[in-house]
Design a protein around this ligand. Structure first.
Ligand code: A2P
Length: 286
């Protein structure tokens, strides 16, 4: 088996609550500029065996993601594409146009997973927005629908007035901010968690923690690989961002070792409960 094919078979698939299968590991493209940067990164990732690409309308790079997918020559149905509805497009009358614009920029016929990017509670529109996502889902334009940055109070409101349970909730999650309560809540509702900023983003200095280096050294792995492996062993779907070809290869190379229970609890001990990113209760950017 070639290295590339081997890598591909090593990424586990997770079954979402509607039966759709999603790779447990993929590439996040937040902060990548459209054009060369995102195209090069997505193409490198696909060539390395990544099959999940996570973008969003607000990232401004859907066109480059689509171009890289086409350039790769990989059949569309072997790649899982996620994009997200931006805050200013919430509301019954806006969703369909926003979705169609994303599809067009990506140059795709359908999306695998479409998410509401933030609840924006100040607007009070996420329930009716969700009902529009349900229509897109019923029409077969998206294979699964979900949310991002939703807290239990927002999910409770959704679930009482909707038919479809979100397939995923994509949230900030890393060892310093492990979100244990929200994970329990979502597990009870059969909503899968996807971790954004999984290696702590650029701000938290997570990767400089000596524990991670110590554990990594014992397996010949980097701190980033240890953290990605921690997500995998926690059953989380994980989408580290990298535009660097070497780190793109490094980040997927986490399926040939396993952390022990002791390693896992040492990593758990890094929890501070502090977010790096915005708080969903007050994130109202348009
Ligand atoms: P770069 O794109 O130059 O590789 P997160 O996905 O948690 O938000 O983290 C993204 C940040 O971590 C980016 O700044 C990215 O930079 C960096 N990064 C990605 N992979 C690695 C790695 N294996 N080691 C160190 N830094 C990494």
């Amino acid at each position: 088996m070639s290295e590339r094919a081997k890598m591909q078979t090593e990424v586990p698939m997770i079954e979402l609550n509607n039966g759709v299968m999603i790779p447990q590991f993929g590439l996040g493209v937040w902060k990548m500029t459209d054009g060369d940067e995102v195209e090069t990164a997505v193409l490198a990732a696909l060539e390395t065996g990544y099959r999940l690409i996570d973008t969003a309308a607000v990232y401004g790079n859907e066109a480059g993601v689509g171009a890289a997918i086409r350039k790769s020559g990989i059949p569309r149905d072997e790649i899982f594409v996620t994009t997200k509805l931006w805050n200013s497009d919430q509301g019954r009358e806006n969703v369909r146009a926003a979705f169609t614009a994303s599809l067009k920029r990506l140059g795709l016929e359908y999306i695998d997973l479409y998410l509401i990017h933030w609840p924006v509670p100040a607007k009070g529109l996420y329930v009716e927005t969700w009902q529009e996502l349900e229509r897109l889902y019923e029409e077969g334009k998206v294979r699964a629908i979900g949310v991002s940055n939703f807290l239990p109070e927002h999910l409770d409101n959704l679930l009482t007035s909707s038919i479809v349970t979100p397939a995923v909730n994509q949230i900030e999650l890393h060892p310093k901010f492990p979100q244990n309560e929200l994970r329990d809540y979502c597990a009870n509702k059969n909503i899968h968690i996807e971790s954004w900023s999984p290696i702590g983003g650029s701000r938290g200095n997570l990767l400089a923690e000596p524990i991670l280096k110590r554990i990594g050294d014992s397996y010949g792995k980097t701190p980033a690989q240890v953290v990605i492996r921690w997500h995998i062993q926690n059953g989380l779907i994980v989408i580290p961002k990298s535009s660097n070809p070497d780190r793109i290869v490094q980040n997927i190379d986490v399926f040939d070792f396993a952390l022990t229970d002791d390693d896992m609890s040492q990593i758990d001990s890094l929890a501070t409960g502090e977010r790096q990113g915005p708080n969903p209760t007050s994130m109202n950017n348009n």
